[in-house]
Ligand binder design. Sequence first.
Ligand code: SAM
Ligand code: SF4
Length: 327
Amino acid sequence: MTPILRDGFGRHIDYLRISVTDRCNFRCRYCMPAEGLDWLPKAEILSYEEIAEVVRQLAQLGLRKVRISGGEPTLRPELHKLVGMIRDVRGIEDISLSTNGVRLAAVARLLKESGLDRINMSADSLRPDRIHAISRRRLPFDPVAAATAAEDAGLGPIKINMVVMRGINDDEIADFARLTVDRPWHVRFIELMPVGEMRDVTWDHVVPSDEIIARLAEVGRLSAVSGPERGNGPARYFAFSGARGTVGVITPMTHTYCETCNRVRLTADGKLRTCLFGDQETDLRTLLRAGMSLEPAVRAALVTKPAAHQLLQMNVGGLRALSQVGG
Ligand code: SAM
Ligand code: SF4
């Protein structure tokens, strides 16, 4: 029988989110400063072989789902090679990618052929000028075209994540929701979290999920549905009658979902984080490079996984940006 990873509260951990780079071609206002961050030196970043070794060792302890994230993961050269290496690990049932979508159309097919199952794409606006204003980069990005390219490559179910910011893009909630009527897409509205640059002004810009759901009434009648997720996803889902897709809300600020948390994170420099917003990190890179087993350190780290995050208390420790810990 496969040994199972459990944390100190009995939660079953079978999901790893891997940051493959801390760098990004966007500078989203809620995520990182306009001038960027102090990027990790290359020697500190795990190689694909090292990342695959972490996945192999954790798969023997019951890991089943992997998400590749960042920073912007599609900036890392030959990402498809990592996907292929993870696909070859016995026990891994689901490989997904979180991306800002800028390079998605260019890489979707190769990633699919290498074994990627599906993508989550971030998009905070459908209007070019506003995309530039929020991302602070003038890069060509058409969210609908990028998601369509991913869908055509077989990377569905397509999930689109919009960080809702009052006074900045909340007037586009209905436009995003309408995308789910004719397409089998899942648009999820995320409550803005108090990290990065917007830390001090976050509460002014948070639109609580209950308000988002109420505002969707302008598009049509909503019913609660089960959504596309297998297992413990953080989103609650709804659908308009007759719609092909769903709308969802991810509510780190107003309703926590920590009690069903099944995930841990690996930073680009090889630290295991047991909570997105905790400060606890365990250095796996040193163990890996010494050829040692990761199991004792991973089990010890899980004992300290907190019961719940401290976001509502605005106590997020030293975390500066989600890009540093794989969102
Ligand atoms: N670059 C990729 C992307 O944007 O999808 C992957 C990494 S990004 C850090 C992962 C997710 O975190 C994105 O959906 C992004 O919108 C979200 N995110 C980053 N900072 C956030 C914040 N302050 N509040 C809410 N969501 C945030
Ligand atoms: Fe880059 Fe994603 Fe952060 Fe935006 S949210 S700056 S795309 S890492």
